[in-house]
Design a protein around this ligand. Sequence first.
Ligand SMILES: NC(=O)C1=CN([C@@H]2O[C@H](COP(=O)(O)OP(=O)(O)OC[C@H]3O[C@@H](n4cnc5c(N)ncnc54)[C@H](O)[C@@H]3O)[C@@H](O)[C@H]2O)C=CC1
Ligand SMILES: O=C(O)C(=O)COP(=O)(O)O
Length: 630
Amino acid sequence: MASVSSANPILTPPSLTSPSPLSSSKKSSLSFLNASASTTPFPSLSHSHSHSRIRSHQPLFVTNVLKTVESADISVSKGRDLDHVGCKPTILVSEKLGEAGIELLRSFGDVECLYDLSPEQLCSKISQFDALIVRSGTKVTRQVFEAAKGQLKVVGRAGVGIDNVDLQAATEFGCLVVNAPTANTIAAAEHAIALLASMARNVAQSDASMKSGKWQRNKYVGVSLVGKTLAVMGFGKVGSEVARRAKGLGMHVIAHDPYAPADRARAIGVDLVSFDEAISTAEFISLHMPLTSTTSKIFNDENFAKMKKGVRIINVARGGVIDEDALVRALDSGVVAQAALDVFTEEPPPKDSKLLQIENVTLTPHLGASTKEAQEGVAVEIAEAVVGALRGELSATAVNAPMVPAEVLSELAPYVMLSEKLGRLAVQLVAGGSGIKSVKVVYRSARDPDDLDTRLLRAMITKGIIEPISSSFINLVNADFTAKQKGLRISEERMVVDSSPEYPIDSIQVQISNVGSKFASAVSESGNINIEGRVKYGIPHLTRVGSFSVDVSLEGNLILCRQVDQPGMIGQVGNILGEHNCNVSFMSVGRTVKRTKAIMAIGVDEEPDKGTLKKIGEVSAIEEFVFLKL
Ligand SMILES: NC(=O)C1=CN([C@@H]2O[C@H](COP(=O)(O)OP(=O)(O)OC[C@H]3O[C@@H](n4cnc5c(N)ncnc54)[C@H](O)[C@@H]3O)[C@@H](O)[C@H]2O)C=CC1
Ligand SMILES: O=C(O)C(=O)COP(=O)(O)O
């Protein structure tokens, strides 16, 4: 007796008879910032772009690599939310951006530049846009992502600091965040040096004094830089460029950065020291760390008290790393002789801020990145990143998604497709009513497990499992988060096997434990639903179902039958399908013992109607069968 079951609940697979979210999935999708199984959101944009300069050595999102795989659609867009399929993507630029970047964006999408939007205005408009480009002045809050109603796919931060973007919310909403981390490094470093030198020589103060009609040569005697110790706090891109320049001014430079490699510091002639040593030995302290929960107000009363009396502080990083009230106290007491600040906890600072009233404090209105050169560079850098992301490419500057190097991506492309299909198949094998809690993925490979980056594959398996049975859309950004949120544990195991190391992966097995199956033969001896796939000639194949070996390419749809192993079965089922105009693309029979039980895997181009499936079930030698949509 053939058994066909239907399904439903929480993480349970779709019923065979229920309208399936996969019903249009003849063309399989690898889209991974894309929820839709079959749409090409911006078909007119698939041609190569004249401005696009995707650097081959950089990590990418998957599109262009996987386009070599038939039917791959890796667009960033969430197809089912897209009500403008075939239209250009829409891009909102909410702060002044260099013209070259705007031009690049315009040649790709519909660009609107709306500066000085209030938070309410931004929320009311955002659902009309696929991408948002900001600088430091726009707060991209959870409310913005909520108001976007799933339409916003990419936030581009035209600069380095992403503390104005709620990354957790972006990730939950599957919105990619990219930044432009390199183009303003020199500008910020030069600004720090400009503040260092002008503070030491009272340039701003004496300029203001002269303009008020005074000539105060004795009041504005400065201090020399040569031979003084500068502590660079945060030895990243900007910090190391500041260090290099300060060395050129004859300063002794030390740095504190818990994550910086000592050899990079040594190469510039900088000693990496502890936080306390840095702040207690320096005459000048320049801040270049990001604003994080660890660095927030790290310069507070306690740490000002450890500094040398008369220390001078430069902040071109983020206002929030300093407790500004504590700084005012340290200036009042003379512990800090002078401060030069480009950034503030609140920007612009409140008009009554004491920092605006202290003469020893030199202020600039967040100008670190504001040179013509940096702004043009940043604009192009962010425009390329956003355009690439909208095309579905992995970005080299993704902030909330793993970066996968292009060469890894190119190798993994067919396995990415295999992973999603295995996920889709496995979930459809689960019996109705059985909630999926735990999935194990086993990768067999001849390569060292450490050389195998499986984040992309895991994300696609998650996508394959979750999307058919929920309204969630899954991409690389939110795969782990969504799985966790749904209580789905995905564990991975890498096994070294004796196969060709030329290929990254020999096989991928997806096991779902503690669930019943609507196709009992898919359950292996260990009691798990177990399917395995391989890539053959670049095409994903299903190679094992439960304990049975099969070999069918994962294209179109699939019928799995368990039958008594006897002659004539292929013909019988083939005839039924043929009579109903259902084209068979391939067949494969796998058995455990000759003339006992066998599994027949039949690839079909069309979706057989219920009557056809019923007839297959009525073939007496067929004990069970299942129809699976790929
Ligand atoms: N004022 C402006 O217009 C500009 C400001 N910036 C800001 O400058 C800062 C640095 O930017 P980049 O050098 O490009 O970033 P980066 O990421 O290259 O460097 C930051 C460094 O800070 C280090 N760090 C992290 N936590 C630390 C801690 N607790 N103590 C010490 N070091 C720590 C990191 O290891 C890293 O090496 C950022 O806050 C950025 O937003 C950057 C450009 C322009
Ligand atoms: O890149 C950064 O982190 C900056 O602070 C630059 O900010 P901006 O783009 O000038 O608002």
